[in-house]
Design a protein around this ligand. Structure first.
Ligand SMILES: [Fe+2]
Length: 178
């Protein structure tokens, strides 16, 4: 279950109802999938082959298809990030810059954990995500994604535009570093 840390006050928001109502007030979609359907030999595994990624996507198929039908996604994939990734530091540096997209950015956490840093109506907040959490940052809303201290995540990404996906840097003097 997700928790939230508000950057300018340090306030922690925990518990399903409080988290959901905070995210809804900030137009952030939030839901849960049952990730226990992922075959046990692939749970908590981060150096995944393409075939194993397909296997995980297949296990999550009904949730993926339901969300796609509801919100218009036409393409999806699975990303895995961990220290097994030789250029992890470089990737994280690139990730940790505030940016926007011309479509919403949806992530379903299949294993590990991650953090979405999002600009809300009262400043930036961190959403710390656990397995089963599904979240979507609205189109055009400044944000970035990064890892927690455990430095590993497996996540499903879903897209509306199959042609690709571009990050537009968002220079923000009001950005609050953690
Ligand atoms: Fe993004």
């Amino acid at each position: 279950m997700a928790t939230i840390r508000v950057r300018n006050t340090g306030e922690l928001i925990e518990g399903e109802e409080a988290v959901r109502s905070f995210l809804t007030a900030n137009d952030v979609y939030y839901n849960h999938w049952d990730v226990s359907v992922i075959p046990s030999h692939l749970q908590d595994k981060y150096d995944l082959t393409d075939e194993q990624k397909e296997e995980i996507l297949e296990a999550l198929k009904s949730d993926i298809e339901d969300l796609s039908a509801e919100r218009g996604y036409v393409k999806w994939d699975l990303i895995s990030l961990s220290d097994a990734n030789p250029n992890l530091e470089e990737l994280l540096k690139k990730f940790e810059e505030v940016h926007t997209h011309t479509e919403d950015e949806v992530r379903a956490i299949a294993a590990g954990s991650g953090i979405f840093v999002i600009k809300g109506s009262n400043g930036y907040f961190d959403v710390i995500l656990q397995p089963g959490d599904v979240i979507s940052v609205p189109e055009g809303n400044p944000h970035f994604f990064t890892l927690t201290d455990e430095r590993k995540v497996v996540a499903v990404r879903l897209f509306i535009d199959p042609a690709g996906w571009v990050a537009h840097p968002f220079a923000d003097p009001s950005f609050q570093k953690a």
